[in-house]
Design a protein around this ligand. Structure first.
Ligand code: SF4
Length: 357
């Protein structure tokens, strides 16, 4: 059987399996709402369903419509996103919501092409919203779908290659049933998340596609899909300062462009400074250290870069440059990215102690 034929044969067993086994997710239902599908799909990029769930619920409680999102305060938006990472996703959601209000008169765009014009919406998300919320026969090819298709049809080309991805997309388009395109896409997502698992651990014994699957027949599931090795991540070293002064801690806002743009951070300098060097940045900021209270260490991994961080918790004196000094409630209200999570915990503890003194 040719690979296209093999993929065309998956719809019937896949849909029958989905009807019995689908995940009960809050953005699903008989008539999925495009706003809810869109927000969930953006949250699910790079993040697992279980981790997304509480964020999704809090978001929908506070921002239940496109209109509410378009009008939301940016600081509040960042706070709702805090911990999910990749904050540009939240900013793009709001930019897109404003575009829907202005350019589409508040009506959610229905076509794949219009959806693609929204900031932060790529092939996959446009396909997911168009098919799930509007019943259009457009594929939504993500990592799960690539894995299932590569295994079923024994496709050994590199899935990181855009041309190969385009060919998967064309094959999935030809394989989807015209009457249930959204269900077909969701069924593939669920199969990839629940049965055809990554890292060579698929559960072929309970897979509805086992009879059709070439990888299963040949015993080569763990070798598919083929993925070119990623370049090694760059390592950046930082020394972070938790500067406590009269029950408040110093924060500063990151630049409006680049990694973690516009979010709040603890002051830091490049390089890991040893104890004897750590006073120099303080002097540069016009501050003096009254008491060095603790030395800290943390690491955070982004897609292309790793931060290796040393840190100091200390009591400071002086005015300092353009820092914003906040109390515990102020710190809790601002969006500090999870890259600084360990320092944030320490800062909240320190401010709690301060308040109790
Ligand atoms: S039979 Fe195994 S490898 Fe093939 S699609 Fe099902 S779970 Fe994946």
């Amino acid at each position: 059987m040719k690979r296209e034929e093999r993929l065309r044969a998956i719809a019937a067993p896949l849909l029958a399996w989905y009807d019995e086994n689908k995940r009960d997710l809050p953005w699903r239902g008989d008539r999925p709402d495009p706003y809810r599908v869109w927000v969930s799909e953006i949250m699910l990029q790079q993040t697992r369903v279980a981790a997304v769930m509480p964020y999704y619920r809090a978001w929908m409680e506070e921002l239940p419509t496109v209109e509410a999102l378009a009008a939301a305060d940016e600081e509040r938006l960042m706070k709702l996103w805090q911990g999910l990472g990749y904050y540009s996703r939240a900013r793009n959601l709001q930019r897109a919501a404003r575009m829907i209000m202005e350019k589409f008169g508040g009506r959610f765009p229905e076509t794949y092409r219009d959806l693609l014009s929204l900031p932060g919406v790529g092939d996959y998300t446009a396909g997911a919203v168009a098919s799930i919320a509007f019943g259009q026969a457009v594929p939504a090819v993500d990592g799960n779908v690539l894995r299932v298709a590569a295994r079923v049809a024994d496709i050994r080309e590199d899935i990181m290659d855009p041309r190969v991805r385009a060919s998967f997309r064309a094959m999935m388009e030809a394989a989807m049933p015209a009457d249930r395109p959204g269900t077909f896409n969701q069924a593939l997502m669920d199969l990839g998340a629940m049965v055809c698992l990554p890292n060579g651990a698929p559960e072929c014994g309970r897979c509805p596609l086992a009879e059709l699957c070439e990888a299963n027949r040949l015993g080569i599931q763990s070798q598919l899909p083929v993925r070119r090795k990623k370049a090694a991540r760059r390592v950046e070293e930082l020394t972070v300062y938790l500067l406590v002064r009269r029950g408040r801690i110093a924060l500063r806002r990151r630049e409006d462009a680049g990694l973690l743009a516009g979010l709040w951070e603890f002051p830091h300098v490049s390089g890991i400074l040893e104890d004897e060097e750590a006073g120099q940045p303080m002097a540069d900021w016009g501050l003096t250290a009254r008491t060095w209270r603790k030395r800290l260490a943390a690491k955070h991994i982004f897609t292309h870069v790793e931060w290796h961080m040393a840190g100091y918790l200390l009591e400071a004196e002086g005015e300092g440059p353009d820092f914003t000094w906040v109390d515990r409630a102020g710190l809790e209200a601002l969006a500090v990215p999870s890259a600084f999570g360990k320092f944030l915990e320490e800062a909240l503890r320190a401010l709690g102690e301060e308040g109790g003194r």
